[in-house]
Design a protein around this ligand. Structure first.
Ligand code: AMP
Ligand code: MN
Ligand code: MN
Ligand code: MN
Length: 277
């Protein structure tokens, strides 16, 4: 059976493996089809494509766009996008610019609470193209401000904490539009991870479908079987195509691995049924 993993990160966002190393690991773990879906950017795709060429791995060009919807953050995956598409790149450039200002603001806020050098410190963990909260988290752990990354987020980087910076990501309809304009399929990432009521989740799906979204990540890394069942039901009710992806970031996190995913429930129509290849 073909092994699909349609959600992963490289050093082009907050993953710890270079695109080449990510491809090598995916092959080693038995993945047949991998989507590279870095946050708000496609800079890793060319290198990943080169690395996948001539191997048995099929690489899908993807992206994971940060969206502000109903005052919360939601992630939308784009699969089979054309990374050269102007509409998509114009949108992503705005996101990257927002990240630059946000990073400065995070550092300024941390400075006020007595932690200096956070911007330079976080940059040490990041590539040139993207600075995210995970890079700040690594800096804060290194300097003994928290015991691990999970702990840092709770204490510093979420709402009402010293290093939190509010801000507007892309609008849901814009993110979906950029993806579809670039020839891709839009998918709601890790739907079980958002803290929202069932009613609100349905509203999100309705808005997403109205914007042109077609996919729903039914199977995600480190997920409870009950959650998979529930998401499969939703996908069926709303006639959404089901996707699966590990959301792999790093080999250090031993409970999320490339290609290690629950089986797609039979009631689902997999998103790859609409892929060209
Ligand atoms: P950003 O897009 O820069 O706001 O950062 C979001 C990223 O931070 C996510 O994609 C995860 O990689 C990481 N992240 C968010 N919350 C946590 C958490 N509680 N523990 C570990 N990593 C997290
Ligand atoms: Mn991430
Ligand atoms: Mn995400
Ligand atoms: Mn992700």
């Amino acid at each position: 059976m073909t092994c699909y993993d349609l959600h992963s990160h490289s050093t082009a966002s907050d993953g710890s493996l270079e695109p080449e190393a990510l491809i090598a690991r995916a092959i080693e773990k038995g993945v047949d089809v991998l989507a590279l879906t870095d946050h708000d950017g496609t800079e890793g795709i060319a290198a990943a494509q080169r690395a996948a060429q001539g191997t048995e791995l099929h690489l899908i060009a993807g992206v994971e766009i940060s969206v502000t919807w109903a005052k919360g953050t939601v992630h939308i995956i784009g699969l089979n996008i054309d990374p050269e598409n102007t509409v998509l790149q114009q949108g992503l450039t705005k996101m990257r610019d927002f990240r630059v200002g946000r990073a400065e603001e995070i550092a300024a806020r941390l400075e006020k609470s007595g932690i200096s050098g956070a911007l330079e410190g976080a940059k040490k963990y990041a590539s040139e193209v993207m600075l995210g909260r995970l890079h700040f988290a690594k800096f804060l752990v290194e300097h003994g401000h928290a015991k691990d990354v999970t702990d840092v987020f709770k204490r510093y980087l979420v709402r009402n904490k010293p290093g939190y910076v509010p801000g507007e990501w892309a609008k849901l309809e814009d993110a979906v539009h950029w993806i579809t304009a670039a020839g891709g399929q839009a998918v709601i990432a890790h739907p079980a991870r958002y803290k929202m009521t069932a009613t609100k989740r349905r509203r999100l799906i309705t808005d997403f479908k109205e914007a042109g979204g077609i996919g729903f990540e039914v199977v995600s890394g480190r997920q409870h079987p009950e959650e998979v069942k529930e998401l499969a039901k939703l996908a069926q009710q709303f006639e959404l195509l089901a996707s699966c992806g590990s959301d792999f970031h790093t080999p250090d996190n031993t409970w999320v691995e490339l290609g290690h995913l629950a089986t797609m429930p039979e009631s689902c129509t997999p998103i790859w049924t609409v892929f060209d290849t």
